[in-house]
Design a protein around this ligand. Structure first.
Ligand code: ADP
Ligand code: MG
Length: 384
């Protein structure tokens, strides 16, 4: 596969690969560049806050989010509905609804450059080309009046300046890469002529068309049925290996986390409450919220998958409680006799091990108690 040299007039070399030659979309991953703690993160989000002016008051949808993403790694961003996952994703790309939503503070470093400091013109070059986004509903990303081929070709034409036959070749190559059968015919099809799973693959082809370094996938398989979902996840993993992609995978399904993610970032009420490797999170959840989520009842529809729901409701985004935002639903708070600290002080993320952080005043107590045993069972998610 060939790729034209970087287009003229680009801003600072955001793409680290650009300095070492054209990235290969189908090349084998370089063993020397496998993710490791030494490698600087490709994406680093620091104290990100996006607030939205609403009729009900100021919604602190994203209110202090920190995490890192390295090359070749998949980080799961999980949390109940309304915890601020999508707004975090949109804010990273500065696609949050404006002017209602405003990024009020923080940094979003992409290969060391703070995206929040770029002009809108520079930001347009980052979107799609360096950081791509896949949303839950492929129809929102696809235009009904253009053929699939035209829509895949568009970013390639724009960012890589391919024209004519080489543009068609590249489009077919991308369709094949996403394992879309009969690419010649599919190229001429319109979105409504394809199945939901096929449409999501087309969105994937568009997202990966310019060989981005980061892919943000916001619940990309939620609307797909189980078999189609499994195939899509497999495909994403395969493409990740080939392209050495860093993936931020937003989901509310622990089954998907178990299948896809190397590390997990857990959000609650606009903030990160825990980050850990997948194994650590599943075996030793560090935050009472994660603990409760992992023990929540699997649904009948998906008996082997754990969906993110626990009893009680998250607080309204315009009225977070003082102190720890989880304390009104926290089993450990109850167990410890409702310590005042939980009601007064917002807990910050603290290291609890290598690659692990927890925002709980009583993180050290979490492992000593189990919410699903004896009297503790009744305490899971019961509001104070
Ligand atoms: N355009 C908007 N206007 C007002 N509030 C919004 C808007 N978008 C999101 N919110 C609020 O921000 C919070 C976080 O939303 P979101 O990031 O979509 O959550 P998640 O993706 O975790 O389900 C929610 O409480 C939601 O109601
Ligand atoms: Mg969402």
């Amino acid at each position: 596969m060939t790729r034209p040299s970087e287009a003229a007039g680009d801003p600072a070399p955001l793409n680290a690969q650009a300095r070492t030659g054209a990235p290969r979309i189908d090349g084998p991953p370089d063993p020397d560049t496998d993710p490791s703690a030494q490698e600087p993160p490709v994406l680093r989000v620091e104290d990100l806050r996006t607030h939205i002016q609403t009729k009900a008051g100021l919604a602190r949808a994203v209110d202090g989010v920190d995490f890192e993403l390295r090359r070749g790694e998949t980080v799961g961003l999980v949390g109940e509905s309304g915890s601020g996952k999508s707004m975090t994703a949109l804010s990273i790309l500065r696609l949050h609804p404006q002017p209602a939503a405003r990024i009020v503070s923080g940094r979003v470093e992409f290969n060391g450059t703070d995206l929040l400091s770029l002009s809108e013109r520079e930001m347009r070059r980052v979107r799609g080309r360096h950081i791509a986004l896949i949303l839950q509903d492929p129809m929102t990303a696809l235009n009904p009046v253009y053929s699939v081929g035209d829509q895949i070709a568009e970013p390639v034409r724009l960012h890589q300046r391919l024209r004519g036959l080489s543009l068609v070749e590249r489009t077919l190559e991308l369709l094949r890469l996403l394992r879309i059968a009969d690419p010649e015919a599919r190229r001429r099809a319109y979105p409504h002529q394809l199945s939901g799973g096929m449409r999501q693959r087309v969105v994937g082809a568009i997202a990966l068309s310019c060989a981005p370094e980061v892919l943000i996938a916001d619940e990309p398989t939620t609307a797909l049925d189980a078999t189609v979902q499994a195939a899509y996840l497999e495909l994403l993993k395969d493409l990740q290996r080939k392209m050495h992609l860093a993936i931020l995978f937003i989901t509310h399904d622990f089954g998907v986390v178990g299948r896809m993610c190397d590390r997990v970032v857990v959000m609650y009420a606009g903030r990160v409450v825990e980050t850990a490797t997948r194994a650590r999170l599943f075996q030793h959840p560090g935050h009472p919220y994660t603990h409760a989520l992992l023990r929540s009842v699997p649904t009948v529809a998906a008996p082997t998958q754990r969906l993110l729901t626990i009893e009680g409701q998250p607080p309204p985004v315009t009225e977070f409680p003082p102190g720890c935002r989880f304390h009104p639903r926290c089993w450990l708070y109850e167990r410890l006799g409702r310590p005042e600290l939980c009601r007064t002080d917002l807990p910050l993320l603290q290291a609890t091990g290598p690659n692990a952080q927890v925002a709980c005043h009583f993180a050290a107590e979490v492992g000593r108690h189990r919410p699903d045993m004896g009297e503790a069972h009744d305490a899971v998610g019961v509001p104070a």
